[in-house]
Write a protein that binds this ligand. Structure first.
Ligand code: PLP
Length: 477
């Protein structure tokens, strides 16, 4: 540490908090970030992801740290740090990015990110979110009702679908398990029914709750990866006969690897008939509720007790930003305190003290982006974004079907497309694509074999980009 960093002098600290320094670094950063966007949109890079081995990347950053004693200039980070961060990251804004399910954020939202990072209101209690907490309450209520959840509904924002799914299952446990699980733990073996294609975070949530392997009951899926009705009822009967209390059933909307939607109506019927909590893991696909063209796959979701929906997947919001919606908003209080939900005086169900309903104590001011978009556009911007992204996947699927030797796992109902070239090792093919560039796609395993997988996240991806991708894969194969 040099002397400047050790100083206890007020002038020294005033320097770092100088509005002029903020503006100066801001201007530089804006132009650097703009260059990044221009380069991405012009498809200038030879690789969307120019990735070296993990070891050599570690070496790079380590060598910078070894060099860290040299002058850092007048700001908090070195002059080339932002450039390095940009050039060494994965470039989601390049229209040839079609990889993992992370939003290509609307660039303007970076300013809300900057403003909320600067404000840093911690959100746990009302006084630490005087603007962002009521914004969250208002916009979540509106979206919950838009989803068809009725006037008693509500929701919270949290950091990610993984946490939202765990939170929903905690609420389910409190409502459906025998006794007061929050105070006494569960008194009888409990379990959750979920398809064998569900995201691994559901399994993880159940194990975190202490129900072990037997707490997660996998329901078989059909050849389109949709939960089997027959197996759902059978697994429920088997569990009940074995003395296991099925507390919840989780529908996937959609599955991560192939974009399959469970039949949510069928699951809702099952849940109602057996008094089981119905949660929809809509981390990826619940966003299709905004599209009149693509919401049919979510039929039955409005009958769920809870739904998790990531704004940072199909809705262009920077990660992490997940909505957890409850049909009965009061259930949200049950996740972390039985009494708050059912026994407390009504003043204890204080919507304005958000940490009563969130796992996090401090959280980012997540409502700013969601509120800002809804205030300016209502659901319309998201409708056109969802439509645009899905149209990319459907176009790619149609192109592959026109060609010989390509196999598409299923007609895409979302922006996820799973496909393979017959007769080749598709994992190697993807590795070649990453090595030689320019496109970025991912892979998945289905029924023991490797498939290629695209999630079309970038609305600027053109039909030409898609044709070039397929041509490139054929060339490399
Ligand atoms: C279906 C599904 N559920 C949950 C998650 C986890 O969400 P997050 O990455 O926001 O924690 C994912 C992530 O891809 C997902 O696809």
């Amino acid at each position: 540490m040099d002397n400047r960093s050790k100083s206890t002098d007020a002038h020294h600290w005033a320097h770092y908090f100088r509005p002029e320094l903020f503006a100066e670094t801001g201007e530089k950063s804006v132009s650097t970030l703009m260059e990044y966007l221009v380069e991405c949109q012009n498809r200038e890079a030879s690789h969307v992801l120019d990735i070296a081995t993990p070891e050599s990347r570690l070496e790079h950053w380590k060598s910078r740290l070894n060099d860290s004693q040299s002058s850092s200039g007048s700001g908090l980070f070195k002059h080339d740090f932002l450039e390095q961060l940009l050039c060494r990251s994965n470039h989601l804004h390049d229209p040839r990015y079609a990889g993992h399910q992370v939003a290509v954020p609307f660039p303007e939202l970076a300013w809300l990110g900057a403003a909320t990072a600067l404000l840093n209101n911690g959100m746990a209690i009302d006084e630490m979110g005087p603007a962002s907490t009521p914004m969250e309450e208002a916009v979540m209520q509106l979206i919950a009702q838009y989803m068809g959840f009725g006037t008693k509904s509500g929701g919270i924002l949290c950091h990610g679908g993984t946490l939202a799914n765990l939170t929903a299952l905690l609420a389910a446990r409190q409502k459906k398990a025998v006794g007061n699980a929050w105070e006494e733990g569960v008194q009888t073996p409990c379990a959750v029914l979920v398809s064998d294609q569900a995201h691994y975070c559901v399994d993880r949530a159940v194990r975190v709750m202490g129900w072990g392997k037997q707490g997660i009951i996998e329901v078989a899926t059909d050849d389109q990866h949709q939960m089997s009705k027959g197996d759902l009822y059978q697994k429920f009967n088997e569990a009940t006969a074995a003395g296991i209390h099925v507390v919840a059933v989780v529908g996937s909307a959609c599955t991560t690897s192939t974009g399959a939607f469970d039949d949510l109506e069928m699951i809702a019927d099952f849940a109602e008939a057996h008094d089981v909590w119905f949660h929809v893991d809509g981390a990826h696909g619940a966003a299709q509720v905004f599209s009149s063209e693509h919401r049919n796959v979510l039929k039955g979701m409005e009958r769920a007790d809870s739904v998790a929906m990531d704004f940072h997947k199909m809705l262009g919001v920077p990660a992490l930003c997940t909505g957890l919606f409850y049909k009965d908003g009061i259930d949200a209080y049950g996740a972390f305190s039985h009494e708050a939900a059912y026994l407390y005086e009504s003043q204890n169900e204080e919507w304005w003290n958000l940490s009563k309903r969130t796992f996090e104590c401090t959280k980012r001011m997540l409502s700013a982006a969601v509120f800002g978009i809804w205030e300016a556009h209502g659901p319309l911007l998201w409708e056109s974004l969802v439509d645009r992204l899905i149209s990319r996947a459907q176009f790619a699927s149609a192109q592959l079907n026109l060609r010989d030797n390509w196999e598409v796992f299923a007609h895409p109902k979302s922006n996820i497309l799973c496909f393979r070239l017959k007769g080749v090792n598709n994992s190697n093919l993807r590795a070649k694509l990453l090595k030689h560039g320019p496109h970025y796609i991912v892979k998945t395993r289905v029924n023991g074999s490797d498939w290629l997988r695209c999630t079309f996240q970038n609305p600027l991806t053109t039909e030409d980009d898609i044709i070039e991708l397929i041509d490139r894969l054929e060339e490399l194969a």
